[in-house]
Design a protein around this ligand. Structure first.
Ligand code: ATP
Ligand code: MG
Length: 1044
C-alpha cells in the first residue's frame, strides 16, 4: 500500500507548488505547504480565515483537502464547475472537492487501482454534503449508457432514503448522519459507474425512543406524518400531528425551520421507486415506521401485584395489523419475559419499568433491523450485474467514507463512545497513510532528516480495543458474566484494569482539581481530539442490545415480510450468545480498516466554522480545536518539516534550466548533475536544499519563490528574444518565399515573352522572305512562289479600297491598283460609281428631277454660249414667278381651262419705239400669253413660235419669233426677263423649241409685221443699257461679267 503522494510521485507536489506559486499573492495561500511560518497555528488559522472570508472554503495541505463548511450556497457546484475540473491535473485549478474526486477517478482509470475518499470531520462539518457532491460529480462527468443511467440514478437516490431513515436533527447538525456509511461505487473498464455497495455502521438506535432536548427522532417519522397522504395515514392508523407520539416529542422540537418534511417526503417517495421498491414493500416499510410510533404510545399500568398491564388496547390493535401478528400474543409478549433455564421455558411477568424497557427495546430492534434491511435492499438494486459483461475483470471500485464525526455532548453515552472510537481508528489510518509515508519518502531518497514528532493515537485505540485489557473487552466481560453486573460495576472494573493509562480518568483516579468536573458514574478519555467524559449509564444495556425472547418470537411470526425477514428463527434456536454491540462495531471497523487499507486513499478534512450553523462566522476557538485534533498542523509539519518542496531532477531541470547558461538550452549530462550546476549558479545555500536519489528537496518556500520570480523575469526576456527571433525568422522565411515566387514568375514570364518574340520574329522573317520572293515573281502567273504576295497585294489593295472608297459621285479619287488588279479595279470602280449614282438617283424627288431636267436643258442651250448662264446655274428654277393672285382674274377667266404652267413679269419693248412696257408672260398648255394687267395683249400658240433669239452677252433680252403668216400676229416680240435663262428654258421646253433657240453674236433681227424688220445690237459695256439707237436699232449694252 502506497501513499498517494508517493505514488503520484513528486508530480503532485510540483504542481501544487506551481499553482500555489501563481496564487500566492491572492487571498491566502491555496496550499498550506506554502506558508512561510508553517509551524504557527495562528498563521494556519489566519490563512483559513482569509480564505473563508472570501468564500474560498477549500485549501490543500499537499494532497489533502481541507474544507470549511460555508453554511451557505456558494454556487461552486454547477455543471460548468464540474467541467472545469474534469480531466484537469489536480493542482492546475483552485482547490475543490471536484479536483479530489477527479484525481481519484483518473487514478482509478489509469492505474486500475481501487480508490477511496475518506471524509472526516466533526458533526456538521459537511461530510455528507461532500459525499453527495462527489457522487453528483461522477454522475455528471462519467461516461454513461442507458443501464448506467439507472445505476447513476439509484446511487444518487439511495441518499435521500438513507438520510430519511438514518439522519436526524441534533444540536450540532440539522441533518446529522446517525450511522456510518461507506459506499463503494463500481466502475467498469470504460469508466462508467455500473454498480454500488453500501456498508452501514452502528445506527444510533437509542434515538428511536429517546432524544435530547432540542433534537429529533429520525427524519422519516416526521416526513411520513407531514407528507403522507390522508389515505395512507388512515391505513397506518396515524394522525398528522407529531405531538401525538411520545417517541417524537422527547426533544420538544418536532418542527425545524430549516427542514421541510413535506417536501422531503416527496423526494423520499420518488427515490424509493427509483431504487426498485414496489408498492407492497413500501407499504410494509411504512407499516414498520408507523408501528414504531404506535409502540411508543403503548402505555402500561401496574396491577395489584405490581405487574405491568397494557392500557392502550387501541395501539395493540394497530400494531397487530401493521406488524401482522396476533394482538394478544403481542400484548402478552410486551408484559412478560420468557427465560429458558435448563431446557425449560419460564414465563415471568414484567413490572412497569421492565415493560417500558421491553417496549423500547422492541421499537429499537424493529427500527434498527429494518434500517439494515433497507441498506441490503438498496445494495441489491445497486448490485453490478457482472454477468452482463463476461470476460472482463470485475469493476474497479471507488469508496466514499462518510462516517459520523468526533462528537462531544453535554451528556455522552455508549453511542458517543463508539463514534469517537471510530474516529480514533480513522485518525490512526490517516497517520499510517500520510505522516508515516511522507517520512518514508525521505528515507527512500536517502535524505537525512529529523523525524517529526506527531501524536500517534495508537495508544488510545489500544485502550479501547485491546484484548482483555481494552474498554470493550471489559465491557463485554461485564455484560456476559453471571451475577449482578451493572454499569457501575463495569466502571469499577475499568478503574481497576486501566487505572494507569495516561488517557483514562475517573472521578476516583482524578486529582483533586479535576475530580470536580467528573461525576461518579463517569469516565473520561483523552482522545486525540480532546477530552470526552462518558456516563456509563446504559452502557451494559446498549452493549447487550437485548430483546426478550418472546418479543423476538412474536416478530419471527410476523406477516410483514420485512419484519419476518429481519427476525430469523435461527436466532431463537441458536445457543451461542450474540456478539455484543461494541464487539460487533469493533469487528466491523476493523473490516473497514482493511477495506480502506487495500485502496489508495484521498482525504477530505472537514471543518465546522461555528456551532450556530451560521454563514460567514469564523469561530476561532472552535476551529483551532478542530485543526488540532484533525492533526492538520502535524500533517503540514511533516509535509514541511524536512522540505517544503521536492521534485524529480528531470522536471526541476526542465523548468529552471533557462536560469543558467550552462544548462540552457540543453544539458547533456545526467539530470542530477545538471541540477547541481543549476542550484550552484542560483546561489542556493547549503542549508536550503538537499539532493536525494531521484529528487531535489528544497527546504523553504522562499527559496523556491525566489527561483520562481527569477524564472518569471527570465521568461519575459526569453519570450521577447523568442518573439524577436521568431519574427525575424518568420519574416525572413516570408521574404525568401516571396523572392522565390517573384523569381519564378519573372523567369516564367520572360520565357513566355522570349518565346513569343522569337516566334514572331520567325514568322516575320518568313513573311518577309515570302514577300520578297513573291515580289520577284510578281509578274509570273500564279505559282507557289508568288501566291502569298499576290494574295497579300490583293488583300491590301482591297482593304485600302474599302477604307478609301469615293465619298460621292463627284469624288473622282480611286486608289491605284497593282498591275494584276487593274482590270478588277476598273470594274469595281464602275460598279461603285453605278452604285453611287443609283443610290443618288433613288434619293432624287420628282420636283428635283424636274428641276434637274430643266437645268440640263438650260445647260444644253446656254452653256458656253451666253455670258450670264453661269450665274443662273446655282439659282434654282422656280415653278412660277407669279402666283395666281398676282394675275388678273379676268385674264384667268379668259384663259378658262388653260392651266398656267409658268408666269413671270417681263418688260416688253415696243416694236417701233422700243418703249419698255411692263407685262406678264404666261406659259399655258398650248400657248404663250403676253398680258397687260387684265388684258391679254398677245397669244402666241406654240405652233406659231418659230424660234427664240438671245444674245450671247450678259443681257436679259430675248426675242420670240412668231410665224409671219399669222395675221393676227403683230410680229416677233422683244421681251426682257430678270430670269432670262429660267424663262427661256421653260418657254423652250413648253413649246418644244429647244432646238430653236438661237444665240447670236452681235445683233438679232426680228420681224415687226408686214415684212418689216427690226434689229437689236448687242455690245458689251460696263453697265446694262437698253435704248433706241440713232440707227433705229435697239442698242443693248450688256455689262461685262468677270467670268468672261
Ligand atoms: N459545501 C457546502 N456548502 C453549503 N453548505 C454546506 C456545505 N457542506 C455542509 N453544508 C451545510 O452544513 C450542514 C451539515 O453538513 P453535513 O450534514 O454534511 O455534516 P456532516 O459532517 O455530515 O455531519 P454529521 O457528522 O452530523 O453527519 C448541511 O446540512 C448544509 O446545510
Ligand atoms: Mg453526515
Amino acid at each position: 500500500m502506497k501513499f498517494r503522494a508517493a505514488a503520484a510521485g513528486s508530480d503532485g507536489i510540483r504542481l501544487t507548488m506551481e499553482s500555489a506559486l501563481t496564487a500566492r499573492d491572492r487571498v491566502g495561500v491555496q496550499d498550506f505547504v506554502l506558508l512561510e511560518n508553517f509551524t504557527s497555528e495562528a498563521t494556519f488559522i489566519e490563512n483559513l480565515r482569509k480564505r473563508f472570508k472570501e468564500n474560498l472554503i477549500y485549501t490543500y495541505i499537499g494532497s489533502v483537502l481541507v474544507s470549511v463548511n460555508p453554511y451557505k450556497d456558494l454556487e461552486i457546484y454547477s455543471k460548468q464547475h464540474m467541467e472545469r475540473y474534469r480531466g484537469v491535473s489536480f493542482y492546475e485549478v483552485s482547490p475543490h472537492l471536484y479536483a479530489i474526486a477527479d484525481n481519484s477517478y483518473r487514478s482509478l482509470r489509469i492505474e486500475r487501482k481501487d480508490q477511496c475518499i475518506l471524509i472526516s470531520g466533526e458533526s456538521g462539518a459537511g461530510k455528507t454534503e461532500a459525499t453527495k457532491k462527489i457522487l453528483q460529480y461522477y454522475a455528471v462527468t462519467c461516461p454513461a449508457s442507458d443501464q448506467v443511467e439507472t445505476v447513476k440514478d439509484r446511487l444518487l437516490q439511495s441518499n435521500p432514503v438513507l438520510e430519511a431513515f438514518g439522519n436526524a436533527k441534533t444540536l450540532r447538525n440539522d441533518n446529522s448522519s446517525r450511522f456510518g456509511k461507506y459506499m463503494d461505487v463500481q466502475f467498469d473498464y470504460k469508466g462508467a459507474p455500473v454498480g454500488g455497495h453500501i456498508l452501514n455502521y452502528l445506527l444510533e438506535k437509542s434515538r428511536v425512543v429517546h432524544q435530547n432536548h432540542g433534537e429529533r427522532n429520525f427524519h422519516i417519522f416526521y416526513q411520513l406524518l407531514e407528507g403522507g397522504e390522508d389515505d395512507l395515514l388512515r391505513r397506518l392508523g396515524l394522525e398528522k400531528n407529531p405531538q401525538q407520539y411520545h417517541y417524537l416529542v422527547k426533544g420538544q422540537c418536532a418542527r425545524v425551520s430549516s427542514i421541510s418534511d413535506k417536501n422531503d417526503w416527496k423526494v423520499v417517495r420518488r427515490a424509493l421507486s427509483v431504487i426498485n421498491f414496489n408498492d407492497n414493500e413500501v407499504e410494509d416499510l411504512l407499516s414498520i415506521v408507523a408501528s414504531v410510533l404506535h409502540l411508543g404510545n403503548v402505555q402500561f399500568a401496574a396491577d395489584e401485584q405490581g405487574n405491568a398491564q397494557v392500557t392502550t388496547e387501541n395501539q395493540i390493535k394497530y400494531l397487530a395489523r401493521l406488524l401482522g401478528v396476533e394482538g394478544s400474543v403481542l400484548r402478552e409478549a410486551l408484559i412478560h419475559k420468557t427465560i429458558i433455564a435448563k431446557g425449560e421455558e419460564l414465563v415471568s411477568p414484567l413490572n412497569l419499568e421492565q415493560a417500558a424497557y421491553a417496549r423500547d427495546a422492541l421499537a429499537k430492534a424493529i427500527y434498527g433491523r429494518t434500517f439494515s434491511w433497507l441498506v441490503n435492499k438498496i445494495n441489491k438494486s445497486l448490485a453490478y450485474k457482472e454477468a452482463e459483461c463476461p470476460g472482463w475483470r470485475s469493476a474497479t471500485v471507488l469508496g466514499l467514507l462518510d462516517i459520523y464525526g468526533f462528537e462531544v455532548f453535554q451528556h455522552n453515552s455508549f453511542e458517543q463512545f463508539c463514534i469517537n472510537y471510530c474516529n480514533e481508528k480513522l485518525q490512526q489510518l490517516f497517520i499510517e497513510l500520510t505522516l508515516k509515508s511522507e517520512q518514508e519518502e525521505y528515507e527512500s531518497e536517502g535524505i537525512a532528516w529529523e523525524p517529526v514528532q506527531y501524536f500517534n493515537n495508537k495508544i488510545i485505540c489500544d485502550l479501547v480495543e485491546e484484548k482483555f485489557k481494552g474498554i470493550i473487552s471489559i465491557l463485554d466481560e461485564e455484560c456476559l458474566r453471571p451475577g449482578d453486573a451493572t454499569d457501575m460495576t463495569f466502571l469499577e472494573k475499568l478503574e481497576e484494569t486501566v487505572k494507569n493509562h495516561p488517557h483514562f480518568l475517573t472521578h476516583k483516579l482524578a486529582d483533586q482539581k479535576t475530580r470536580k468536573s467528573l461525576g461518579r458514574e463517569e469516565f473520561r478519555l483523552l482522545h486525540y481530539a480532546g477530552e470526552v467524559t462518558y456516563s456509563v449509564t446504559g452502557f451494559l444495556d446498549k452493549n447487550n442490545d437485548l430483546l426478550f425472547r418472546n418479543l423476538k418470537e412474536t416478530m419471527c411470526n410476523s406477516e410483514n415480510t420485512i419484519i419476518n425477514h429481519c427476525f430469523e428463527r435461527t436466532e431463537l434456536t441458536d445457543k451461542k450468545r450474540p456478539e455484543t454491540a461494541a464487539t460487533q462495531f469493533k469487528n466491523s471497523l476493523s473490516k473497514l480498516m482493511e477495506i480502506l487499507m487495500s485502496k489508495e486513499p484521498s482525504y477530505i478534512r472537514c471543518i465546522k466554522p461555528n456551532d450556530a450553523k451560521q454563514a460567514g462566522r469564523f469561530d476561532e476557538v472552535l476551529i483551532r480545536h478542530q485543526v488540532k485534533y484533525l492533526g492538520l498542523m502535524e500533517n503540514l509539519r511533516v509535509r514541511r518539516a524536512g522540505f517544503a518542496y521536492r521534485r524529480k531532477y528531470e522536471i526541476f531541470l526542465q523548468r529552471y534550466k533557462s536560469l543558467c547558461s550552462e544548462t540552457w538550452p540543453t544539458w547533456e549530462g545526467r539530470p542530477h548533475d545538471g541540477v547541481a550546476v543549476l542550484v550552484k549558479h542560483l546561489g542556493y545555500k547549503q542549508e536550503e536544499y538537499k539532493m536525494g536519489r531521484t529528487k531535489i528537496f528544497i527546504r523553504f518556500p522562499k527559496t523556491l519563490f525566489a527561483t520562481e520570480d527569477a524564472l518569471e523575469i527570465r521568461k519575459q526576456s526569453l519570450a521577447t528574444k523568442i518573439q524577436a527571433t521568431w519574427r525575424g525568422f518568420y519574416w525572413r522565411q516570408k521574404f525568401l518565399h516571396m523572392k522565390h515566387s517573384a523569381i519564378t514568375i519573372q523567369s516564367w514570364w520572360r520565357g513566355t515573352q522570349g518565346r513569343r518574340k522569337a516566334s514572331k520574329k520567325k514568322w516575320a522573317v518568313e513573311t518577309i522572305r515570302r514577300f520578297i520572293k513573291g515580289f520577284i515573281y510578281r509578274n509570273y502567273p500564279r505559282c507557289s512562289e508568288n501566291e502569298y504576295f499576290l494574295d497579300y497585294i490583293r488583300y491590301s489593295f482591297l482593304m485600302n479600297l474599302k477604307r478609301n472608297l469615293p465619298k460621292n459621285v463627284l469624288d473622282k479619287s480611286w486608289p491605284t491598283p497593282p498591275p494584276s488588279l487593274y482590270e478588277v479595279s476598273q470594274l469595281l470602280r464602275q460598279l461603285c460609281m453605278q452604285n453611287m449614282v443609283w443610290s443618288y438617283c433613288k434619293r432624287i424627288s420628282p420636283e428635283w428631277k424636274q428641276q434637274l431636267d430643266q437645268k440640263v436643258v438650260a445647260s444644253e442651250m446656254f452653256k458656253g454660249k451666253k455670258d450670264n448662264y453661269p450665274q443662273s446655274v446655282p439659282r434654282l428654277f422656280i415653278n412660277t414667278r407669279l402666283g395666281t393672285e398676282e394675275i388678273n382674274p379676268k385674264v384667268l377667266q379668259v384663259l378658262g381651262n388653260e392651266t398656267i404652267k409658268y408666269a413671270v413679269p417681263v418688260v416688253k419693248y415696243d416694236r417701233k419705239g422700243y418703249k419698255a412696257r411692263v407685262r406678264q408672260l404666261l406659259l399655258a398648255q398650248n400657248a404663250i400669253f403676253i398680258v397687260e394687267e387684265a388684258k391679254i395683249k398677245q397669244r402666241i400658240d406654240y405652233a406659231n413660235l418659230t424660234g427664240i433669239s438671245v444674245s450671247s452677252l450678259s443681257d436679259s433680252l430675248f426675242v420670240l419669233h412668231v410665224r409671219f403668216e399669222d395675221n393676227k400676229q403683230k410680229g416677233d416680240v422683244v421681251l426682257q426677263s430678270d430670269h432670262v435663262i429660267e424663262t427661256l428654258t421653260k418657254t423652250a421646253m413648253s413649246a418644244d423649241k429647244i432646238n430653236n433657240v438661237n444665240i447670236s453674236q452681235g445683233s438679232i433681227k426680228f420681224t415687226i409685221g408686214q415684212g418689216k424688220e427690226g434689229i437689236i445690237d448687242f455690245t458689251s459695256g460696263s453697265e446694262l443699257l437698253i435704248a433706241k439707237a440713232k440707227n433705229g436699232h435697239l442698242a443693248v449694252v450688256a455689262p461685262r461679267l468677270n467670268s468672261r
